[in-house]
Ligand binder design. Sequence first.
Ligand code: AR6
Length: 173
Amino acid sequence: MLEDRFSIVVGDITQSRAEAIVNAANTTLLGGSGVDGAIHAAAGPGLLEECRTLGGCETGHAKLTGGYRLPSRYVLHTPGPIWRGGTAGEDALLAGSYLSSLRLAAEYGAKTVAFPSISTGVYHFPLERAARTATETILAFLREHPDMEITMACFDEPTKAAYERALAEYGAA
Ligand code: AR6
């Protein structure tokens, strides 16, 4: 079953045992608040040093680094879109963040990937809408990659509930 390879949990992504975790970064890739700050703090200074060599990243794209002191081997850094009202291509950019991260993970042989809820914090993307776009993108990817497993590491219960609703909507489709 597809749903067996998509877990939605409440947790701190820096504790995840996934081979690759995703960072909801900004286009500089030089750190920030929220999950970005937590990942850099847990990984240690080596992560920022490597990020400095990457030359930033476009919104909706992703770049890979090592995991340094994290349990994960890789970090996939993706700047999600800043919410601008919904008519500035935000949905496609958010889908791009999920898909670019997953393609990079597959390219590097990471079979387990954990995501935070990209763009729904500081970037103010509406949670229900983000959860639907993320879930639809993840399920489509999983259908084509039967060897991969994906976890949504939600920071709180309302976030988890939103992704569970989206899974109920798309999982059966
Ligand atoms: N583990 C899992 N989720 C977390 C964690 C954690 N340790 N910490 C926070 N979250 P945000 P964005 C959740 O603001 O909206 C940064 O400054 C948080 O509760 O981290 O994409 C970057 O540098 C929320 O549900 O990311 C960018 O400038 C989700 O992660 C900007 O923020 C995303 O919230 C990116 O904003």
